[in-house]
Design a protein around this ligand. Structure first.
Ligand SMILES: Nc1ncnc2c1ncn2[C@@H]1O[C@H](COP(=O)(O)OP(=O)(O)OP(=O)(O)O)[C@@H](O)[C@H]1O
Ligand SMILES: [Mg+2]
Length: 294
């Protein structure tokens, strides 16, 4: 699949502070890319550079394989941090104003309102909207001009479960329309439900890009319930086939990769009874947190 957004050795310094260190990001066409990392990891900075709101110290950004960004950026809609909305105006008035400012199609406003579920807000002023409604209006603003790519920085921050669910459905329908979405969030359980791939950034370094498929097929460890854990450890150490492991009461957790066949063989041959062997699958949230700490 082709890269719709790519960065090559993107570096950014704010004075002495190195905010981005050779970031090579690859967002593929049509996917939801979850951009995750701790506070100050460099997510917003990366997004701002892609959008041209900040200029990098070095490195390059390609959109649709092109470094001529002025024209390519027209295909991007964005919501960075909180949406700047006119609070004393209605949702429709806001969209009309931004359509005028950004140069979109005024006729598209009713369908935009419907798409984000704000078509029944009538004369209600945005100042009286819930946080979720404001965020959805922010997304509607980012959709003006029908962009192919959306860059959304923390769009579900502060939303309640219902607001989050509405957003999830909105992202899914935008993906179905063929849009590519680069989204940052700290809510990993939620991102795990929608993202096709993840980029994990830590202290300005993109430590890993991984698909949710790869995460779900990656097994973390195997748990052996045995009759005598310490004897089992001794035997496996002697046979030189025990690498990383933990002891959990009467169980031995052995991390992949390890020689499963020989582990079983040595335990049995040395009279350590095996009651059960269970593969432990890692969930997306734990996987990401582990990578951030690594
Ligand atoms: N305008 C600025 N001037 C100086 N330092 C900045 C500026 N913008 C960001 N930084 C620094 O760059 C680093 C990356 O910040 P950035 O806002 O990109 O992180 P983030 O991953 O978006 O964090 P958060 O999850 O808190 O939004 C941080 O150390 C931050 O303090
Ligand atoms: Mg940020």
């Amino acid at each position: 699949m082709e890269n719709i957004i790519e960065t090559n050795n993107l570096c950014m310094s704010f004075g002495q502070k190195k905010a981005l260190d050779n970031v090579n990001l690859h967002v593929k066409k049509g996917e939801i890319y979850g951009f995750v990392g701790e506070n100050g990891a460099g997510k917003t900075t990366t997004m701002k550079i892609i959008l041209g709101l900040l200029e990098q110290t070095s490195g390059e950004v390609l959109i649709n394989g092109n470094t001529n960004l002025d024209s390519q950026r027209k295909s991007i809609g964005a919501l960075i941090e909180a949406p700047g909305l006119y609070l004393n105006k209605t949702a429709r008035d806001n969209l009309e104003l931004f359509t005028y400012l950004f140069g979109g199609d005024k006729e598209a406003i009713p369908s935009l309102l419907k798409k984000v579920g704000l078509d029944n807000t009538n004369n209600k002023k945005v100042g009286q909207f819930s946080l979720g409604m404001k965020q959805r209006l922010g997304i509607a603003v980012s959709l003006i001009g029908n962009p192919d790519i959306l860059i959304l920085d923390e769009p579900i921050n502060g939303l309640d479960p219902k607001g989050i669910l509405e957003m999830r459905n909105l992202f899914k329908s935008l993906k179905e329309e063929g849009k590519t979405i680069l989204i940052s969030s700290h809510i990993l359980t939620e991102l795990a439900k929608i993202a096709d791939r993840f980029g994990i950034i830590h202290n300005g370094v993109l430590v890993k890009e991984v698909s949710s498929e790869e995460i779900s097929t990656e097994q973390k460890a195997c748990i052996f319930k045995v009759s005598d854990v310490s004897k089992g450890i001794e035997i496996l150490k002697e046979a030189n086939i025990l690498n990383k492991y933990d002891v959990l009461d009467d169980k031995l957790r052995i991390y992949y990769p390890f020689d499963k066949k020989n582990t079983i063989k040595y335990l049995i041959n040395n009279d350590v009874l095996i009651e059960s062997i269970i593969d432990e699958h890692i969930d997306v949230e734990n996987y990401i947190v582990n990578k951030m700490e690594a």
